[in-house]
Design a protein around this ligand. Structure first.
Ligand code: SF4
Length: 287
């Protein structure tokens, strides 16, 4: 029987920041620290959050809940939080394990400095996204202008004599960021634009495209509602007609993989390694 080649993307699954955050929670569990809380779900993956819950980790959803706590450890997730949340944790005498992604911390530092200089601050991103809410909370007394699309970019006006500082949500689309910036800089003369987009998403997409191009069967693993997994699937589907979008290995049980000789595997940002490994194992032996 002809050998089957299975290629798994190096960038499949958790990005560096999310992996680091999840690992930090498990480290706290191993060290026997209790009670442990995460400020918001540590990752958008029910299985991981459920596993942590079964080990006693609770999710805090709001500042109000945080204010009720009298003891324990709070793990801050990769999205980061406002500066005053650190103050609240300190005031309550809670232990803080900061798993904010270093790329997000860099943005906090940039806007904090700009606010101290009394510069105007522009954040390119979605105002409801927790990362953007966190960044906003480092702008001190300056109210940042949040821009999500070209129409909003047209409306940006910087007060005379003021300098502006522009940053972006880390997961914003780079090409769209460039279009927005082009509009804004037409109306603002004294502006410092810092591209704070993280390359993790783009690298995952580029690698998926390359693998799918060479595969006769491509498997994309991730939640059905995960927008970054949907995007990965779209990219792979264009390159490889025999493309499966699955959530766990069980979704493959009824698929006919007999003719698959060259299988590619990739996974969205919230897919745990365990699921990727299960799929890999299954595909290697299932003829
Ligand atoms: Fe992951 Fe990049 Fe976000 Fe950090 S900034 S959590 S590496 S996507």
């Amino acid at each position: 029987m002809e050998e089957r080649t299975v290629t798994t993307a190096r960038t499949a699954g958790f990005c560096f920041g999310v992996k680091r955050a999840v690992d930090k929670v498990y480290e706290q569990i191993e060290q026997g620290k209790t009670p442990i809380y995460t400020y918001g779900p540590i990752i958008h993956n029910e299985e991981v959050v459920g596993d942590l819950e079964s080990k006693g980790v609770r999710v805090i959803h709001s500042e109000e809940e945080l204010k009720q706590l009298k003891e324990g450890t709070i793990v801050l997730r990769s999205h980061g939080v406002s500066e005053h949340i650190y103050d609240l944790i300190r005031e309550r005498g809670l232990k803080c394990v900061d798993a904010t992604c270093p790329f997000v911390i860099k943005i906090h530092q940039i806007v904090k400095k700009a606010a101290e200089n009394d510069d105007e601050i522009i954040i390119i991103g979605n105002e409801d996204h927790p990362e953007v809410r966190g960044i906003r909370g480092w702008c001190k007394k300056v109210t940042p202008m949040i821009v999500a699309d070209l129409d909003e970019a047209e409306k940006i006006v910087i007060s005379e004599g003021k300098k502006a500082c522009l940053v972006s949500q880390t997961t914003f689309n780079y090409n769209y960021f460039k279009e927005i910036v082009e509009i804004i800089i037409k109306n603002c003369y004294n502006i410092s634009v810092v591209n704070t987009i993280c390359s993790a998403t783009e690298e995952r997409q580029t690698e998926a495209r390359q693998i799918a191009r060479q595969a006769d069967t491509m498997i994309v693993i991730g939640g059905k509602t995960s927008s970054n997994t949907q995007k990965l699937y779209e990219i792979c589907r264009k390159e490889c007609k025999n493309c499966y979008y699955i959530q766990t290995v069980e979704d493959l049980y009824h698929s006919d993989l007999r003719n698959a000789k060259n299988v590619g595997i990739t996974a969205g940002a919230s897919t745990p390694n365990k699921i990727i490994e299960e799929v890999q194992k299954y595909v290697r032996r299932e003829f």
